[in-house]
Write a protein that binds this ligand. Structure first.
Ligand SMILES: Nc1ncnc2c1ncn2[C@@H]1O[C@H](COP(=O)(O)OP(=O)(O)O)[C@@H](O)[C@H]1O
Ligand SMILES: N[C@@H](CCOP(=O)(O)O)C(=O)O
Length: 312
């Protein structure tokens, strides 16, 4: 759990004067995030979520906030950013960029059934289509370039077997990314972190995708692989659950059928999606940032998933 930058009700009250939301009544730190400082806030105008960005710069933020705005306008269920009185979606709080977005109803479904997975597949495909005419460009900042740059920073902490896995998988992903078939894959703005904890449900009704702060342009099939590697697995073993995989993939393809190239890329994408989170978890585990409350995610989970996807 993490709140990296504390904000008091007095701090919020002063800062909120620039928003058309009336007075601040309450602020409560949210402990479950690991990237940013998040708070539920209550104002005269209702309940919202305040995020202080710990790693992203002022220049990078319009990409994410305008993307959420763009998707919301096209009927995709995502939080809507609130502009301040000057029309800005981002402004400084305690010297860091901060934004307010609408609060989604519901809770995260941490034990999804095929029904939940079908809902996610449908909304993900609709989101991929709705993103096609988004005109801001930013690479996936946790893509292959980041994997390549981060691997040397965690090497010293790994066993010989782990080092071998990391090196060979990185090599496999680099070779594939340099190949002709890779260039044909459909691209667009992707969520890139669509885990169970980043989707809200009310019963089996999906109420929204959130936490877009890893979004960037990348292959759509990579986004699907990230999603399946979390939603459709048995968490203890990392094994894929065929019923949930079919539900999510079928629902996705009802809206956006996969191309032949995407189908061929699938095993490599599942491996790349596992590598991405193994690396970020290793990095957070061995190079932790300061936080007032922090529980790092377990890197062994994605190491296990990567090994399983390589065996398959
Ligand atoms: N727009 C939102 N509506 C409702 N709850 C939200 C919203 N944004 C964040 N939350 C809550 O805050 C928690 C942490 O947010 P998250 O974006 O995952 O943090 P981080 O980016 O730091 O990992 C979520 O698990 C969720 O409970
Ligand atoms: N989903 C990632 C971590 C990113 O944290 P989030 O709370 O912003 O989703 C992981 O599980 O490693």
């Amino acid at each position: 759990m993490a709140v990296f930058t504390p904000v008091s009700l007095a701090d919020l009250s002063a800062w909120l004067l620039q928003f058309p939301l009336g007075r601040a009544h309450a602020i409560k730190g949210i402990s479950s995030g690991i990237e940013n400082s998040n708070f539920f806030i209550t104002t005269d105008a209702g309940d919202y979520v305040l995020t202080i960005f710990e790693n992203l710069s002022f220049e990078q933020l319009p990409f994410y906030l305008h993307l959420m705005d763009h998707l919301a306008q096209r009927g995709i269920l995502v939080p809507a950013p609130v502009a301040n009185n000057a029309g800005q979606l981002v402004s400084l709080l305690h010297g860091k960029p901060a934004a307010i977005v609408s609060k989604l109803s519901g809770t995260s479904q941490m034990e999804p059934s095929p029904l939940h997975c079908g809902e996610v597949g449908t909304m993900l495909a609709k989101m991929h289509l709705a993103g096609q005419d988004y005109d801001l460009q930013q690479d996936n900042l946790r893509g292959l370039a980041w994997w390549t740059e981060t691997a040397p920073k965690v090497r010293d902490f790994l066993s010989p077997e782990q080092l071998q896995l990391l090196s060979s998988e990185l090599q496999h992903q680099q070779t594939y990314a340099a190949s002709a078939p890779y260039q044909t894959l459909a691209r667009g703005p992707i969520h890139a972190d669509l885990f169970r904890n980043n989707v809200m449900f009310d019963g089996t009704r999906l109420t929204g995708f959130f936490d877009f702060y890893f979004a960037g342009w990348d292959t759509l099939i990579f986004d699907l692989a990230v999603t399946i590697n979390d939603w459709c697995i048995h968490l203890e073993s990392g094994e894929l659950d065929p019923a949930r995989v079919s539900a999510l993939l079928n629902a996705y393809q009802q809206v956006r059928p996969l191309s032949t190239e995407e189908q061929s890329a699938w095993p490599t994408m599942l491996r790349g999606a596992a590598l991405r989170f193994w690396l970020s978890r290793l990095f957070d585990f061995y190079q932790p940032r300061e936080a007032h409350m922090l529980t790092p995610h377990d890197p062994a989970h994605f190491e296990r998933i990567l090994r399983k996807r390589c065996e398959q």
